[in-house]
Design a protein around this ligand. Structure first.
Ligand SMILES: [Zn+2]
Length: 151
């Protein structure tokens, strides 16, 4: 990044922060769908300015992140809407949950890829065909797939 470039300077946040915010936005979206149905409404943040906890619903959090992305500033001090502390988790907890969930998904899709590879090989599919199919549904071909074609 060139500090003399006015395009780089006029934003309150740089590209790295922007990327992190986008990642956070994706996470919030995922968390809303994963934790919302479990009765968890959002995240609790300790705010050093107000010296108290702020409760942010997933939607509020998403709105804040969006505003941060667009304007470089965020209205985090919105009054809590009669929150029930039991329905809010810390951001660390939420992120930890998401990490664990994504790892689980990876492991599951690996297992699915493995089983699918074996199944299709049993039906006479070539290794290339199987890799193509798995790739088209965003599964990684299994390392221990069918034996290589011999003709
Ligand atoms: Zn505050």
């Amino acid at each position: 990044m060139d500090p003399e470039d006015p395009e780089d300077r006029d934003e309150g946040i740089d590209d790295d922060e922007r990327e992190l915010l986008r990642q956070d936005l994706d996470d919030v979206e995922a968390l809303k769908h994963l934790l919302g149905p479990r009765g968890l409404k959002g995240v609790i943040f300790y705010c050093p300015d107000c010296e108290e906890d702020h409760y942010l619903t997933w939607d509020l959090l998403r709105g804040n992140l969006n505003q941060l992305l667009e304007e470089g500033d965020s209205p985090v001090h919105e009054p809590a809407f009669d929150p029930d502390p039991d329905e809010y988790v810390t951001w660390d907890y939420a992120r930890g949950f998401l990490d664990g969930y994504e790892t689980l998904q990876d492991e599951e899709s690996e297992e699915v890829a493995k089983r699918l590879s074996r199944e299709l090989a049993g039906r006479g599919w070539t290794r290339g065909d199987i890799s193509g199919l798995l790739g088209s549904v965003h599964l990684r071909p299994s390392d221990e797939g069918p034996p290589p074609e011999n003709d």
